[in-house]
Design a protein around this ligand. Structure first.
Ligand code: M6R
Length: 366
């Protein structure tokens, strides 16, 4: 059942090219200028009435939501707030019939996410559910559904569900942006064509796994490992850090790189490993100077960037490259090496990768 792999997690990591492809199938198609979404009935008239979007989720799904905020605001130009479901419910959020809520949940059964959905519905909001389980509670309660076609995810640490949630975020962002006319057909085509290359490019990233295995083998004994990034890279840094702590029990945090100097940089000492994500072109130079700041304080940095952006090599201890794509799509490719890093680190430590201590696959208590 593990298809020749040692753990479900590594099997599921390898299933990502297919999961990405399946989630786009019949929705985003080459030579078709329309996005087809069977279970989303929101009309352009209804969208005109929407003045804010909340994306609500927990854990990894929340990290996908952070990417969602960025791309929806960028493409559809509608203000988006992202909230952790267990916080959203108790902060008395402003919800009315002008609110669109997007809930993201692999299982569709997470108690806090479901409760936030019900709260929003009772106050008149329209709800789109992004879930991996057909007929799950969130799918049943929502007005519209966008299924991620990741297939069953067994490992507690979410991997293929996350990348398909990212694809769902792009699909929703593009759908809304076409519906309210904020992007042209030409802009749509450019993003669509690039999205269609992601299955192949994600396979190329998987093919670099030995490099990450080596890094894990020489760093698994560390007590703290930090992740830094700016913009979308920060959202991916949070996900990479969660993956590591969840399965390897190594203490880890992710920081917005520009925020380091406001406190967290005090943690950097000689030999501490830092994973630095530098995919975003507008932020690349800023990232390089943030990396210099921590290297000069002794950090051992592994830097991630697009192929061709080799400037980081002058500063970092090791560089890992991902295939070139649009900046907004980088999270899909960038998260894969971070999943591999977490996986190999946990394996080196002899941890129970698929069933980490204290955790359950689906959290159905509040
Ligand atoms: O089923 P859900 O997507 O609602 O689950 C949300 C979180 O519990 C989940 O993503 C959790 O953070 C994962 N174990 C992370 O790998």
């Amino acid at each position: 059942e593990k298809g020749g792999f040692e753990h479900f997690m590594i099997k599921e990591i390898h299933e990502q090219p297919k999961a990405i492809k399946d989630t786009m199938t019949s929705r985003i198609m080459a030579d078709c200028d329309e996005i087809k979404l069977d279970d989303i009935k929101l009309t352009s008239e209804q969208l005109k009435n929407i003045d804010r979007i909340y994306i609500v989720a927990c854990g990894t799904a929340y990290h996908a939501g952070m990417v969602g905020k960025y791309v929806i605001e960028k493409l559809a130009k509608i203000p988006v707030e992202v909230d952790i479901a267990s916080e959203f419910r108790y902060r008395d959020p402003i919800i009315n019939e002008k609110t669109l809520m997007i809930v993201v949940s692999q299982s569709g059964e997470t108690a806090d996410t479901l409760a936030a959905l019900k709260q929003a519905k009772s106050k008149g909001a329209r709800v789109i559910a992004v879930t991996n389980v057909v007929g799950s509670s969130v799918a049943r309660e929502a007005d519209d559904v966008l299924y991620t076609w990741a297939g069953p995810e067994i490992a507690v640490a979410s991997t293929k569900a996350y990348v398909t949630q990212l694809i769902a975020m792009y699909i929703i962002a593009l759908y809304l942006a076409r519906l309210n006319g904020n992007i042209s057909v030409e802009e749509y085509r450019q993003i669509r064509d690039e999205m269609l290359t992601l299955p192949e490019k994600s396979q190329e990233v998987l093919d670099q796994k030995e490099e990450l295995q080596k890094f894990a083998a020489s760093n698994y004994m560390h007590k703290d490992i930090y992740y830094i990034g700016r913009g979308l890279d920060f959202a991916v840094a949070l996900e990479g850090s969660l993956k590591l702590k969840e399965i390897s029990y190594i203490h880890s945090d992710a920081y917005a790189a520009g925020e380091l100097k406001h406190g967290s940089i005090a943690l950097i000492e000689k030999g501490v490993p830092v994973i630095a994500l530098a995919s975003q072109s507008e932020l690349y130079d800023k990232m390089v100077s943030n990396i210099k700041e921590i290297v000069s304080r002794g950090a051992k940095v592994i830097g991630f960037a697009f192929e061709g952006n080799s400037e980081i090599e002058k500063t970092v201890n090791q560089a890992v490259y991902i295939p070139k794509t649009l900046d907004i799509l980088a999270p899909v490719l960038l998260v894969i090496p971070l999943q591999l890093l977490a996986y190999y680190t946990a394996v080196e430590k002899g941890c129970d990768v698929d069933k980490p201590r204290n955790l359950a696959k689906s959290v159905t208590v509040e």
